[in-house]
Design a protein around this ligand. Structure first.
Ligand code: NAI
Length: 243
């Protein structure tokens, strides 16, 4: 029960890695604010009073302000922010439109920036040794065709993580990334045709596609006291894909 008496905010908690993270933190004692633009999937934990579902579009200009107001109104302190919400837009570089680019940046980068700022302000005000965990992608470091805006956001996220980590270290707040590889979720499922799965597994030294729970356990580690001496880092959870 590493998260007893802790309050954690998880974005993208309706699905995939965000859902697995929220469930993992709940199972280890946390009170969890499960934030998502959609709330379509049922929760086995629906009756648990420690689960707070919040409708939040992280790309909206007022999202951070709304979240900060909600959190300050509901809780004494915030211990963890897991920025998991993300979108993938697949299109050849030559065909990406300004609207595609703006949308991916708004969710994957701008949303993370301002939500982290809002939550870090609460952590600083309450002198909480908080943990911020961002979700990057193996494609921040391994090239992937037809995903230029996505890969740009993940590379930017990693650079931003290091800057946030250095600025927040004097407050005892750590900021880290996990860098997942191929993970079976709603985002990846449409891409995983049998042929793609076969060639993907051949490129992964451990030869497996991850369930979202394997990424969630890395997020939970970085969000825990156990990771107290790690900041500005990126933890690969990719079966060795990027090595
Ligand atoms: P998913 O599609 O299963 O879950 C993403 C969640 O984010 C959904 O619940 C969705 O409603 C939410 N979301 C999307 N836009 C939002 C917005 N504007 N505001 C609030 N919530 C929003 O996808 P998955 O795979 O769980 O993705 C989670 C993170 O993991 C993403 O940041 C993704 O880039 C990253 N990732 C996923 C990999 C994979 O193979 N599935 C590999 C590497 C990274």
């Amino acid at each position: 029960m590493r998260f007893s008496d802790k309050v954690a905010v998880v974005t993208g908690a309706d699905s995939g890695i965000g859902r697995a993270t929220a469930v993992r933190l709940l199972s280890e004692g946390a009170t969890v604010v499960a934030a998502d633009v959609n709330h379509t999937r049922p929760w086995a934990e629906a009756g648990d009073k420690r689960l707070h579902r919040l409708t939040l579009d992280v790309s909206e200009p007022d999202a951070a302000e709304r979240l900060e107001e909600y959190l300050r109104g509901e809780f004494e302190r915030i211990d963890v922010l897991a920025n998991v919400a993300g979108i993938l837009h697949i299109a050849p570089f030559l065909q990406v439109t300004r609207a595609d680019w703006d949308r991916v940046l708004a969710v994957n980068l701008t949303g993370v920036f301002f939500l982290s700022q809002a939550v870090a302000r609460i952590m600083v005000d309450h002198a909480t040794p908080g943990r911020i965990v961002n979700v990057s992608s193996v494609h921040a470091v391994v090239s992937e065709p037809n995903a230029a805006p996505y890969t740009a956001t993940k590379g930017g996220l990693e650079a931003m993580t290091r800057t946030m980590a250095s600025e927040l270290a004097p407050h005892g707040i750590t900021v880290n990334c996990v860098r997942p590889g191929a993970t079976r979720t709603a985002m990846s499922e449409p891409i995983y045709t049998p042929e793609i799965l076969g060639s993907l597994k051949a490129k992964i030294p451990l030869g497996k596609i991850a369930p979202p729970e394997w990424v969630a356990s890395a997020i939970a580690y970085l969000a825990s006291e156990e990771a107290c001496y790690t900041t500005g880092a990126c933890l690969d959870v990719d079966g060795g894909y990027a090595m």
